[in-house]
Ligand binder design. Sequence first.
Ligand code: ADP
Length: 564
Amino acid sequence: MTKKIFASIMAVSCIAVTVAMIFLTILNYRATTDSTAGDLAESCGMIASAVEMNGGRYLDETDFGELRVTWITRGGRVIFDSQKDPDSLDDHSGREEVAEAIESGEGRSERYSDTLMTTTLNHAHKLRDGSVIRVSNAQRSFPAQLLKSFQPLLAILAAVTLFSFISASLISRHIVKPINNIDLDHPKTERSYKELAPLLRKLRKQNGKVNRQMIELRQSREQFDIITESMSEGLIIADQKANILASNASAYRLLGVEPSEEQHTAFSLCHNEEFRRCIQNAMGGMRSECLLSTEGGERRVIASPADNCGSVTGFVAFVLDVTEQQQLETMRREFTSNVSHELKTPLTTIYGIADMLANGMVKAEDVSRFGGDIRGESERLINLINDIVSLSQLDENTAPRQDEEVDMYELAEEVIARLDMNAKEKNITASLEGDHVKVIGSRTVLSEIIYNLCDNAIKYNVSGGSYSVRVSHIPTKALITVSDTGTGIPDEHIDRIFERFYRVDKSRSRKIKGTGLGLSIVKHGVSYHNGTVRVSSKSGKGTKFIIELPVEGASAKKQTEISE
Ligand code: ADP
């Protein structure tokens, strides 16, 4: 705008100056011509009077300077010329001014010469004898005058241009300044040109509208951020070129990357080939899923294309933490395979013996031994099935829940009595000490906990060894310890003994009856009562299991996740 105003002022000034100069030149030329013509008429009259009085002698004796004086007879012959030889001049009767003077006493004319670029002014005066005195004076023609004044004109034009340049730049800046100073965010009509008032009013209105929309947009963006940031699932929203439009902290956390400025595209979040394929499928319009193993655990990525009227405009991807799910799946698979294996072994033995019996291959004296084997294997099967049922009830939280006040001391006493035969078989002595601490809980489950621990204390004990149960009370909790003088558990196995079907020494344990589910039941049973179980053991010295149960019992139990 400044440039335009500047150029306009410059153009107007230059044109105005040029036109004014031409106009002045014309006026000057006209004034000069008129003055010269007047002088000529006066000179001509005076010369004519002098000739009337003194005759031709006056003409011969007078120096007329630049003036050309010609005396022409009535017939048109030149008899005197102050600048040329009269004989060389032709008949002048036809000259405009001469003819006019002969006819009316005075005559005048202007003759323009292209070659000389002059204009000759002539004035003629008729004498009493009918002859004519003509006085001529040559002056510059208008183009010559214009050419002559061209140089000063150029100088003036340059001076005016310089002046115009400075003033145009000042004026244009001055004009534009109030426009530049308009605060577009808060336009005030009174501080600018009144011609701009309607525009500024409109601008103010538009600003208000835009501001309201911006606030609404910010609010919805903030809402969106709050919602997505509180999500435990990762969220990535990207355009058709995989440029990230929105994402939440969980997405970065689950994918194990630190958010940074360089992560413009979804591909930069994870360099796994499966992830890339999943994103590419979504960008191609196909819903896609993949599983990723990260340092933090197992992740499932679900990417769905964002379809707008048939064209894919981007995609939305969710990143889910499926570590626990995957672990449970692995556990379920292992459990199924272990159960099948554990069921198959005794059943194969039973089938084999039954087959031999059916084919009469067993001697009469061996029947009772084989019968004993069948009973033993059946017992193993029953134990196994009982353990699986107990575990599944604890897993599903479907164990018959009849919470009651249970005296843990009395419960331990009962268990020790039930296992008396087993202990005696191995020459193991049992002892019970402590207080009658009462716990609110499931008698069946609590009994199973104590039973499994005492059973193990006998099974994994040495002949002639001992085990003891101690029931005591610590603030708000019941403390039950079962310690034995048995084989102990090597350190490297301690962390795994609560896993389902885990047995420390499979070949050795084979001889000792067991399912590998006992301690799992203990752990789940304790957790069922919102308690804790710890173990300390020294290989070859013995083992101690310490259980803490809240005395308020299972009624205080929170829904605790059980995991192995
Ligand atoms: P099992 O039916 O084999 O006894 P458990 O789950 O009860 O299964 O025990 C898991 C394993 O932990 C056992 O096979 C045994 O190796 C070890 N274990 C359990 N209790 C004791 C203990 N008191 N002394 C030594 N080892 C033990």
